[in-house]
Write a protein that binds this ligand. Structure first.
Ligand code: SF4
Length: 291
């Protein structure tokens, strides 16, 4: 890349201006609550799967108070097939806290946001930036990958965020349009600088990118975590949750046994769902979403 890291700003911001997807949680019409809901949903789920659930969620619960007024089990049901359904419980708990502590308004400051249940550094930075225009380094997997390649010159970032990465990301936040910068780098990572097949010839910073200009050397860091799914406990949990979401009220144990016949893994999944508060055992060996 060039001598001055701010060389990245102009081409990335211009590229975003031309290529940004029109998403309902972006733009002037999106409320801070819409931004918050989208950030919870997008944490581990791609945009295409999030869109329909987001739309119906926002029409059911257009404010934190609306969600806080519904049982947490309804939030889990509406989460549908987004996966990692503990996020639904956390979002519900965050809505309750927003009602109690902030009179039902999503707070604007990073410190108030990170104090909410289920909100970590990434989500607090993203909401403070995207909803309120704050000046924060927003380090999601897409942003981390772009900086790892463009600036650090490796194919992938470290498994977890490092101090050096944070310092670098903070130093790159521009004085003007900090929120647009955050979303623009994220979008570049999602659409062009993808994990498996980055489209370097289409990239606005191809001539400055350290990894590209050094011939895209092969990754030689620590093993990367995969997202294995088939046959995993997470898949079994998903099957059991689907039975509960589709049921009116509680279901018998037989229904869960039919969803996954292997007993050891099924029981382990069932216990973990109960421990996570996603399912409750009711009378007569029956199971239900939380009340
Ligand atoms: S040139 Fe390639 S590797 Fe570098 S930032 Fe662009 S898409 Fe990513």
């Amino acid at each position: 890349m060039g001598d001055d890291m701010s060389d990245l700003h102009e081409p990335i911001l211009r590229w975003y201006d031309e290529h940004a997807r029109d998403l309902p949680w972006r733009g002037p019409g999106a409320t801070p609550w819409a931004v918050m809901v989208s950030e919870f949903m997008l944490q581990q789920t791609p945009v295409a799967r999030v869109l329909p659930v987001f739309e119906s969620w926002m029409s059911t619960w257009p404010t934190p108070a609306a969600l806080a007024g519904s049982p947490s089990g309804e939030a889990v049901r509406a989460w549908g097939r987004l996966g990692y359904p503990r996020r639904a419980l956390r979002l519900h708990a965050a809505a309750l806290a927003i009602v109690e502590r902030h009179a039902g308004e999503v707070p604007a400051s990073y410190d108030d946001l990170i104090a909410l249940p289920g909100v970590g550094d990434y989500t607090a930075s993203a909401i403070a930036s995207f909803a309120f225009g704050g000046r924060h380094a927003v380090l999601d997997t897409n942003v981390r990958r772009v900086f790892a390649r463009a600036v650090a010159g490796g194919e992938f970032p470290a498994p977890a965020v490092t101090k050096a990465e944070r310092v670098l990301a903070e130093s790159l936040v521009p004085e003007e349009q900090p929120a647009t910068w955050a979303v623009a780098v994220m979008e570049l990572g999602a659409l062009v600088c993808t994990a498996a097949n980055p489209s370097c010839p289409q990239c606005p910073i191809q001539d400055q990118c350290a990894w590209n200009t050094s011939g895209r050397p092969a990754y030689d860091g620590p093993p990367r975590r995969g997202q294995a799914w088939a046959g995993t406990d997470r898949m079994v949990r998903g099957r059991l949750m689907a039975v509960l979401r589709d049921a009116e009220g509680s279901v018998s144990r037989d229904r869960l046994e039919a969803a996954w016949s292997e007993p050891v893994q099924r029981e382990r999944a069932l216990k973990s769902l109960i421990a996570d508060g996603l399912l409750v055992e009711t009378a007569g060996d029956r199971y239900a979403l939380p009340g």
